[in-house]
Design a protein around this ligand. Sequence first.
Ligand code: ZN
Length: 67
Amino acid sequence: MTARRSSVPCPQCGKAADWTAENRFRPFCSERCKLIDLGAWASEAYRVPVAEDPKEPEDSEPGAGTS
Ligand SMILES: [Zn+2]
């Protein structure tokens, strides 16, 4: 009877990641890949539509050089 080690391709780097109880980072192959993926997800999640900043007209200073 052969003990088959189940593994899954790491979603981050594509390497075979052990799908075992010891692998706390599954389905990722390593903590690094997990953090990278989480970071990417977080940056996507926190990406908010940039509100249009009211452009302050720079050349609207009153009385500039009119004396
Ligand atoms: Zn990986």
